[in-house]
Each structure stands twice: as C-alpha cells, then as structure tokens.
Write a new protein. Structure first.
Length: 128
C-alpha cells in the first residue's frame, strides 16, 4: 500500500452466503411487463410528447444507448427497417462516447414499422 491506495480489489474474494441469496430472491418484487392494452394506453398518452419516437423505439426493444446512437442513415423509412450499429453514452456528464455495439448480437436490424409514422414526422421537423 502506497499513499493509502490499495493495489488490489480487497472484496474480490468475498461472496454472498447462499442463504442470504435465496432470501433476497424470495423478497425481491417480481416485475410484470405491460400487456398490450397498457402499451396502447401509454402510447396514446405520449403521442404529443417530443420524445414520442424514442419512446416507441424503446418499446420496440432498443436500449437507451442504441436509441441515442441512431443516425438517419441507419433508418430506411421506405422499407421500415433500421440498423443498430452504434451506441452513444455520456461519461462523467461531460464527454459523449460513441462506439460499436458490445457484441455481434447487438448489431441487428429490427423493423421500424411500428414507429415509421412518428420517425417520418421527426425527420420532417426542424432539427430532425
């Protein structure tokens, strides 16, 4: 130890006891995904929101970093297809880091048809 800095992770050899893990699993609240009616209700309420298109993309399964990493060149509105190839994240509230997806599984081409109309509106708006 130099200048009170630890040269290794002192917690790396620790593990949570099995009983505690099981007890934690039993008390953990189960998250229930929205049903179709709830999704339609949500979409109806956010239709006029400026974040409508990104919210739809999130409901389609895109991760937040993938949504903000999209470029117009990644979206083909004629075939209603989009390509997820980049992610964009904020580091320390100052620096934006853009990089490829973590794995080949992250690079995919989901259908953009559920959000096609709202994406066309955003593309045609000032700043779109």
């Amino acid at each position: 130890m130099t200048k009170r800095l630890v040269t290794m992770n002192v917690a790396s050899e620790l593990s949570t006891p099995r009983k505690a893990r099981k007890a934690d699993r039993k008390t953990k609240a189960q998250l229930v995904p929205w049903n179709v009616t709830e999704v339609h209700t949500f979409v109806g309420h956010v239709k006029s929101d400026r974040l409508y298109a990104p919210l739809l993309l999130s409901l389609m399964g895109l991760r937040p970093a993938e949504v903000v990493g999209l470029r117009w060149s990644d979206i083909d509105l004629t075939t209603a297809a989009l390509t997820v190839a980049n992610t964009r994240t904020m580091m320390g509230n100052k620096t934006v880091v853009e990089k490829d997806t973590k794995s080949m599984a992250g690079e995919r081409a989901p259908s953009a048809s559920p959000g096609k109309g709202s994406l066309e509106e955003v593309q045609g708006s000032p700043g779109g």
